[in-house]
Every structure is written in C-alpha cells, then in structure tokens.
Design a protein around this ligand. Structure first.
Ligand code: IMP
Ligand code: MG
Length: 179
C-alpha cells in the first residue's frame, strides 16, 4: 500500500466488478442508440477507459476539461471550460462519465451547457457519489458507489495532481494535507 494512504475504501476487485455491472446496464439501455461518451478530464480518465471496454456497443468518446477546484479540497463554485469537445453531439445520446459528484455544481453546469448543443439525450454515469454534500439538483442515471464525506484519491482522483494512478479508492493520512 502507498505510504500516504490511511485506508482503502474500495479495492481493485470491487471496482472491477462494479464497472462491469455498469457497463452491462449501459449496453442494455443504449442498444440501437448513437452513444456518445463525454469523459470529464482528468479525474474520469481511468474509470472511462475501463468502462468503455465493458460497453459492448459501437460508441464515440470525446473529452472535456472543466474546473471548479484549485489544489484544494473544497469547491470554489466557479466552473471554467478548460478544454471543449472536439466533436459535435447533435442528435447523439450523450453519457457524461465522471469520477465523483460532490456538490454537483460542476456537473449541473456541464449538463446545461451540453443541452444547448441539441443532443438526443444527456445522462450521467459516475463511479463515486458523495451524496451528503449535494447542492445542485442532479439526476444521476448510473452510480458506482456512494462514499462518505471524506476526501478520497485513486482510480483517477487526485490530491494536488497526485495519486491518480492508485488502482483503488483510498483516504489519505491527515499529515499529507498539512504537508
Ligand atoms: P462538485 O462540483 O462539487 O460536484 O465537484 C466535483 C469535482 O471535484 C470532481 O470531478 C473532482 O474533480 C473533485 N472532487 C470532489 N471531491 C473529491 C474528492 O474527494 N477527491 C478528489 N477530487 C474530488
Ligand atoms: Mg473531476
């Protein structure tokens, strides 16, 4: 285990099983539809790359970078588009793939933004949901795990850009934040 980790919340095998389950559901729901995956950079990259291989349908994927966070563990409420999609989504069935939904402000903004581009539908798939901290009113179609109100890292999620490559979801030791 990494020396900065206090405890593992969700292990590798548990993640793998959940991603397979989500992929199977999505495969059922999007049969005969033009599925367009929007992966939210950078955090969702690990989840999205595992998830698309569990979706047994033709699909397209594109990337968007939005930011509501600095090197901080609290939301600023300010959402910026750092990188937009390269492709158009008109008449496509868009599935946003996200790492974690916290206040939901980032995703609420993104959903509204994508809807103005006239897709056939927009839905959300997140591997983690920090439900107790929700501020925005969001309809999440696919959720992997509900997690407690603790800052988590791994499986794409970072603290100050580190720990994204851990294969599990974990809580850091307090001393890491104090530096
Ligand atoms: P929201 O707008 O408050 O829902 O923030 C969502 C974004 O904040 C996520 O996409 C993450 O990038 C980041 N975030 C929220 N909670 C955590 C966490 O516990 N660990 C790492 N990143 C987090
Ligand atoms: Mg994110």
């Amino acid at each position: 285990m990494n020396k900065d980790i206090k405890k593992i919340l969700i292990g590798e095998e548990e993640l793998k099983a959940k991603v397979a389950e989500l992929g199977a559901k999505i495969t059922e729901d999007y049969r005969d539809k033009d599925l367009f995956i929007v992966c939210v950079l950078k955090g969702a990259v690990v989840f999205a790359s595992d998830l698309i291989r569990e979706i047994k349908l033709p699909l397209e994927i594109d990337f968007m970078a939005i930011s509501s966070y600095g090197n901080n563990t609290k939301t600023s409420g300010v959402v910026r588009i750092l990188k937009d999609l390269n492709m158009g989504i008109e008449d496509k069935h868009v599935l946003i793939v996200e790492d974690i939904i916290d206040s939901g402000l980032t995703l609420a903004y993104l959903v509204e933004n994508l809807r103005t581009r006239h897709p056939a539908s927009v839905e959300i798939c997140t591997i983690l949901d920090k439900k107790e901290r929700r501020v925005a009113d969001l309809d999440i179609k696919y959720t992997g795990f509900v997690v407690p109100d603790e800052f988590v890292v791994g499986y794409g999620l970072d603290y100050a850009e580190k720990y994204r490559n851990l294969p599990y979801i974990a809580v850091l030791k307090e001393e890491v934040y104090k530096g």
